[in-house]
Each structure stands twice: as structure tokens, then as C-alpha cells.
Design a protein around this ligand. Structure first.
Ligand SMILES: [Zn+2]
Length: 397
């Protein structure tokens, strides 16, 4: 994703805001339909069903019909992707969208001529029902743009982000397999022993954020001061998000270049979070602790890293059932919950080996990927079958 500042004319701004409104309306409709649904009761309305309902809604409401069908359909698709991410444990359950908060819409099936440069500092993008909208040409637009997303931040600034699937990175051809474990104390641990940290805000920036948030609490609702403080907070958070995105790009390229096979836990297997929430009969005990863990995963942008790896190393990413990977000693293969002494330390109760807990798990993930070829010939792979929660169809981006 590369993001550019959009420079719509006042009239275009009105039309863009209308697209945002339609996307929000459709999204909230989908949220409402899913609100009463709980796992295991009955299936929630699927994408096809909701598309049918969208057609009906368009027939009924002229204002909705006047909008772009692409915008509205993509809002539904985005919602289903958000639900898939939710089931995949990488994101929270999608919630209501409010006017003025992270507004935006997505356009797909972009043709090569729909984005072009008009001068040294300006480009133009064709938006359905809006026309050609200028944007600041701050760097080259990637080749092969397939879709883009237009957003309006809380500070009222418009951006366009072009999505192009990156070129695959050639494999090194060494046959080397790496295991990657999503850590909590670090963002990712590799079976090589490397600990990767996603960048966060610097200490001084964190301090500034705290001060701004205090200021915001004191500022009067609707005041200019409040708006200024809010915009400053939004800028700080955007800076943090940008840094993480950069890190994900660099890390995924690096892994794809260095290793032939990248083994990573399968997020759609819900063993971890299911144990936190428990079952209906036995509700989970450590729900709070896991809720914190989920926040950590979110912050690390794990889902995004996996997606980029799959783009850059197609066919070379192996998803592993994460069951027991954090409780198995990589040296003697003894499985015991007690071996995981703390978040950071693994101390095997059988052989006494000590290791960084995340690196130990990454090594298990690597070994399972390497063992898959063997397992395919004989017995089931380590971990065995697990129950899956209902999965919505993962939609292509
Ligand atoms: Zn051991």
C-alpha cells in the first residue's frame, strides 16, 4: 500500500463524502445482521445473501441507488474480510462505523489508464461517479494497481492508497526452512534465534501522546482547541502505523529472500483463543490475560505480515497447526504446560533445557514444517486434528 494525499475540489469532496456515507451504511447493515449471531447457533448471512439484500435495498432507496455499486459491494466485501480476520484471531470483531471516524471506501477493477501523472507534483485518479481527482505525487505509484482505497481521517484530510500485489521475491534455493512465532514480548521470533521488534512510538512521542490525551480530556466538546488536539493525536498514531507498515514490508522481503520455506502458525486454527474464551459449558478463566494478548497481536500487525509473506513468497509459506508449539521442548520433545515458565522463559520440566520461549516455539514450528513431508507418508502431523470454528469464505482482495 502506498498512500498519497488527495486534493479533491470542494464539489468532489461532497461526492466523496457521499461514497463514504454509502459504504458506512452498508457496513453497518452487515454489522447489525451479525450482531445477534453467536458461534455454533446457526450460520450468519453469507456474502452472497448480503449481496442479494443490497440489491433489494438499492431497489428500495433511491439515494442508495444513486451511489456507486462498486463502493457498496466492496463495503460488504471489506466487512466479510473483517469477519474472516476476526475468526482468524488477528483482529477484533468489526463494529459500527460512525460518521467522521475512519471513513472510506474501496474501488476495485482499476484499469491501467485510471491512474496517471499530470505534472511533477500531481497525479490524477479516476473515481466512479466523481471523476478525475488530483493527488499529490509524492513518490512513484506502483505498477499494476488493482484497487485503491480512499479515506478521510479525523482531521478531515483525504488520502488515496493504491494496492498492488508485490512481485514475488526469488527463493534462495538453499532448502532452508525458518519457523516464525508471533511473540508477545517481541513481535516475531525466528527459529534462528533472532527476535524481531516492530517499531513503536519513541519514548518522547509516547510522552507527547499522553500529554495530548490529557489535554483532550480537558478540552470542551466542539471547541477549536479540541479539534486541534484530536488532529495532533491522529497524526502521531498515523506515524506509528506508517512505521509498522514499513517494518512489515522490510521483514517480509527479508524472510522471503533468506529462506526457501517460511513456516508460520495457522491463525485460522483457533486453539489458542478458544482456550481463553472457553466453551459454553466451561467458560474460560484467563480471559483478561488473553484479551491483552490479542491487543499485542493486533499491535504487531501479524495478519498483515502473513499476507505480505504470501504475496512475496507464493507457495513457500507453510501454515502450521500451533497446538503445543509453545509447550513442547524443542530438544527432547516433552510436552508440558509447566515448561513455559513465563512469557519469556521456557524451562523444560523433563530435560531442564532453558530457552527463550518464543524462539523455542519458532523451532517447533520449523520442525513441523520440515516434518510435513514425512507426515504425509505416514501418521498424522504433530498436534493432530483440531475443531474449527465456522469460517466465512475468505474473499480475494
Ligand atoms: Zn526437554
Amino acid at each position: 500500500m502506498s498512500r498519497y494525499r488527495l486534493r479533491p475540489s470542494p464539489a468532489q469532496e461532497v461526492a466523496l463524502a457521499e461514497h463514504c456515507g454509502h459504504a458506512r451504511f452498508v457496513w453497518n447493515l452487515a454489522v447489525e445482521q451479525h450482531a445477534h449471531w453467536r458461534p455454533g447457533i446457526r450460520s450468519a448471512p453469507g456474502f452472497a445473501e448480503q449481496c442479494r439484500q443490497l440489491t433489494e435495498a438499492r431497489a428500495e432507496f433511491a439515494w442508495l441507488r444513486a451511489g456507486s455499486i462498486i463502493v457498496q459491494q466492496q463495503a460488504l466485501k471489506d466487512f466479510h474480510q473483517a469477519m474472516a480476520n476476526f475468526f482468524g484471531k488477528t483482529h477484533k470483531r468489526p463494529t459500527w462505523r460512525r460518521r467522521g471516524h475512519s471513513e472510506g471506501f474501496r474501488i476495485v477493477a482499476v484499469k491501467p489508464g485510471d491512474v496517471h501523472r499530470v505534472s511533477r507534483n500531481a497525479g490524477e485518479v479516476k473515481v466512479p461517479k466523481v471523476g478525475w481527482v488530483r493527488f499529490r505525487w509524492s513518490r512513484a505509484v506502483p505498477d499494476g494497481v488493482k484497487s485503491y482505497r480512499i479515506t478521510r481521517d479525523r482531521a478531515g484530510r483525504w488520502h488515496v492508497a493504491f494496492a498492488a500485489v508485490p512481485e514475488p521475491v526469488p527463493a534462495p534455493g538453499t532448502g532452508e526452512v525458518v519457523g516464525v512465532d508471533r511473540g508477545v514480548t517481541v513481535s516475531a521470533a525466528l527459529s534462528t534465534g533472532e527476535l524481531l521488534h516492530a517499531p513503536a512510538l519513541r519514548q518522547a512521542e509516547k510522552g507527547r501522546l499522553v500529554r495530548l490525551q490529557r489535554k483532550l480530556a480537558r478540552a470542551k466538546r466542539g471547541s477549536n482547541r479540541r479539534a486541534t488536539v484530536k488532529a495532533a493525536i491522529a497524526r502521531l498514531k498515523a506515524r506509528e502505523a506508517d512505521r509498522r507498515k514499513d517494518w512489515i514490508e522490510k521483514t517480509s522481503t527479508d524472510l522471503a529472500r533468506r529462506f526457501d520455506v517460511i513456516a508460520i502458525e495457522d491463525l485460522t486454527i483457533s486453539a489458542m483463543t478458544r482456550s481463553a474464551r472457553g466453551t459454553l459449558q466451561a467458560p474460560g478463566k484467563n480471559v483478561r490475560q488473553k484479551a491483552g494478548l490479542n491487543r499485542g497481536i493486533l499491535a504487531a500487525g501479524w495478519g498483515r505480515l502473513v499476507t505480505r509473506l504470501e504475496h512475496k513468497a507464493p507457495g513457500r509459506v507453510q501454515k502450521i497447526n500451533p497446538r503445543y508449539t509453545s509447550q513442547t521442548c524443542n530438544a527432547c520433545k516433552h510436552i508440558a504446560r509447566k515448561s513455559r515458565e513465563s512469557q519469556a522463559l521456557f524451562r523444560c520440566v523433563a530435560c531442564g533445557r532453558q530457552a527463550n520461549a518464543d524462539v523455542n516455539a519458532a523451532k517447533n514450528i520449523r520442525d513441523m514444517a520440515a516434518g510435513h513431508a514425512v507426515a504425509a507418508r505416514g501418521g498424522p502431523p504433530l498436534g493432530g486434528p483440531v475443531n474449527r470454528e465456522p469460517q466465512p469464505v475468505l474473499l480475494p482482495a
